[in-house]
Design a protein around this ligand. Structure first.
Ligand code: ME8
Length: 608
């Protein structure tokens, strides 16, 4: 069946009169985003959408996590995706950047969910209800500060998907064709022969499996709607060449460019309704269901009010995604958007996977790590810290219990907690105030190597305060570059340097009765508390509860916790310091309790 025949059945498509399609071929779509054939407005909107401010401090940004399949309970891989997005969202707020949203949710349609419900002896809506609420709970429990939680079964989302489909069809990007190939249900996509290998199924019969995931594929032959993906090869290449920051980290950008050098066949974007009932029907063709990936990707638009108000946010959007869904986000999604008359997302931030003791996490291996149990065992902040500190987006990271205990104890409990404890101990700071800084003890110098005889601070001290002074900018750059683990590494390095500074000067040995010694003692504590204020402020996006306790102990008011108030060691630069002389907040005990090592927290099957 050619595109012209399909159009004859649909008045909307007939109006657009798409060019006859060559199945598998690549006739040029009538409208290409940013191409020579410029966009025609789709339908008149009731009011023109406001555009997202492109630059400047008032710039809006929608950050998104993937929406999670509602076929099984959350695991730490899901949580990691969400925490990365959450930390970026919180860091924007810390910077006082413009309005921001953090969207997440559940992906509830498709064969995978239909089959999981059947296997669980329940209906798809019931299964989705249960699993979606588990994800909602897990994210809330982990202090993910999402502003929107989309479920693809919601009417507002379904309406957006139908509208988006209409935009594709009106633009001539769809045609009906016969399609056959190997379908992988767990991945919800067709796979080419090059991505398959021979295997044996549970009964020992030969079968084919996905090379990447090991999931079995099945030969599927259907009449489907096809999307003219092949026609977007050049526009996609141009988009990436013009936007080298569009996909980070860089190896993933290169991977996508490489895919775009290979054949880019058209994409099947619907399934026969007789095979897949659990999904959104194709508008004006009830024999077909919209492909679950098209349905799911549109969540990023439906959350910002597509097709009415999305212009207030789109395309100021950053998607955080796992490497396994990179092609869907960096090839299919931008092409679909261009075909629907919209710009690609501004950035796609890609992370790798967590393995467990060197193995892929899988239900059959019984090594799936349960985020609820981890949070119970390591605390919200402890576990957030571990995943963000040890997770390196460029490469897979291995999870094991001992590592969590070791990292969290040494960096949060001992280094950070110990520093606060030592510098606020009543024995060392009996007045329980933020003491004064003395310029005579720590005079401003142009070259810290020439400090002999000038005060009490050593060249090492000058070097150390310089590294703390540069920390907020360094951290901001690492967040911007999607290297949160490096930001944390720098903070820890400074915390350790502060401990050394404190240790080096042995303030407990200073004689408080001697006015000169008292000045130096106060200065040491002042510098230490200033450092702790910087760390508490910068750690808010990662360990919000602990950072709050730390800042409250230092008597930093809520309105003083943003980056704009973070003038470090103002007195050293001859400015006044609003904290000097302030009474410290109440001592609420140990900042972070050391963790005990215990058994690995895994998912219990009864959870579903
Ligand atoms: O892919 N380590 O949903 P999903 C780290 N519904 N991250 C992991 C991981 C691991 N071991 N396993 C999975 C889907 N993830 C679609 C998304 S978006 C329009 C639709 C990550 O529940 C994975 O990479 O299978 C992905 O980013 C996220 O969890 C959701 O996976």
């Amino acid at each position: 069946i050619c595109g012209a025949c399909a159009a004859a059945r649909s008045p909307l498509a007939a109006a657009a009169a798409p060019p006859p399609a060559l199945p598998g071929g690549s006739p040029l779509p009538r409208r290409l985003y940013g191409g020579a054939a410029m966009l025609r407005p789709l339908r008149r909107l009731s009011r023109p959408p406001r555009r997202a401010a492109a630059t400047g401090p008032g710039r809006r940004l929608l950050l998104s996590t993937p929406i999670f399949y509602a076929n099984g309970p959350p695991h730490i891989g899901h949580l990691y995706s969400a925490l990365l997005a959450d930390a970026l969202h919180r860091h924007r707020r810390l910077r006082g950047a413009g309005p921001g949203r953090l969207s997440t949710g559940t992906d509830e349609h498709g064969l995978k969910i239909q089959q999981a419900a059947a296997a669980a002896g329940t209906s798809p809506p019931e299964l989705c209800e249960r699993v979606s609420s588990l994800f909602h709970q897990a994210l809330t429990h982990a202090a993910v500060s999402f502003t929107d939680f989309t479920r693809t079964s919601e009417p507002r989302h379904q309406r957006a998907v139908r509208y988006f489909w209409g935009a594709l069809r009106d633009g001539g990007a769809l045609y009906k064709g016969s399609y056959e190939g190997w379908y992988c249900t767990p991945e919800e996509c067709f796979l080419p022969e090059s991505q398959l290998t021979e295997h044996r199924d549970a009964q020992g019969r030969p079968c084919k499996v996905s090379l990447e995931t090991g999931h079995q594929v099945h030969w599927t032959k259907e009449e489907n709607y096809m999307f003219r993906l092949s026609a977007f090869q050049d526009p996609l290449r141009k988009w990436l060449r013009d936007n080298p920051q569009a996909i980070s980290p860089h190896p993933f950008y290169q991977r996508v460019l490489h895919w775009l050098e290979e054949d880019l066949p058209d994409l099947s974007v619907s399934r026969e309704r007789s095979r897949l009932q659990w999904g959104i029907p194709v508008p004006s063709d009830s024999t077909q269901t919209i492909y679950v990936w098209v349905d799911a990707l549109v969540n990023y638009l439906s959350v910002v009010g597509y097709p009415e108000t999305h212009g207030e946010w789109w395309p100021a959007v950053h998607h955080v995604v796992g490497k396994d869904i990179l092609k869907f986000h960096a090839v299919y999604w931008p092409a679909l958007l261009m075909a629907a008359g919209l710009a690609p997302p501004e950035r796609i931030l890609v992370h790798s996977h967590w393995t467990v003791h060197g193995q892929k996490m899988s239900k059959s291996l019984g090594n799936v790590i349960d985020p609820f149990a981890c949070i119970g065992q390591y605390t919200v902040d402890g576990f957030r810290y571990f995943l963000l500190r040890q997770g390196v987006p460029e490469r897979d990271c291995d999870y094991y219990d001992e590592k969590v205990v070791k990292v969290v104890n040494s960096e949060l409990a001992d280094a950070l907690g110990g520093l606060l404890n030592r510098s606020t101990a009543l024995s060392i700071n009996p007045s329980n105030t933020y003491p004064c800084f003395s310029e005579s003890c720590f005079p401003k110098v142009l070259d810290y190597r020439e400090t002999k005889g000038m005060g009490r601070a050593s060249a090492e001290d000058y070097e150390f305060v310089a590294s703390v002074a540069s920390l907020p900018l360094q951290v901001a750059n690492y967040f911007e570059g999607f290297q949160i683990y490096k930001a944390l590494e720098c903070i820890v390095l400074c915390v350790r340097q502060t401990n050394s500074f404190f240790q080096r000067h042995r303030p407990w040995k200073l004689n408080r009765k001697d006015p000169a010694e008292q000045l130096w003692l106060d200065t040491i504590i002042h510098v230490t508390l200033e450092c702790l204020r910087v760390y508490g402020t910068l750690l808010q996006p990662v360990i919000p509860h602990t950072a709050d306790r730390l800042l409250s102990r230092l008597a930093v008011e809520p309105e003083e916790r943003g980056l704009s108030s973070l003038t470090f060691l103002a007195r050293y630069n001859g400015k006044s310091c609003p904290f000097e002389g302030r009474q410290l907040g109440p001592d609420t005990g140990i900042l972070f309790h050391r963790l005990e090592k215990s058994r690995q927290p895994q998912i219990e099957t009864k959870k579903l």
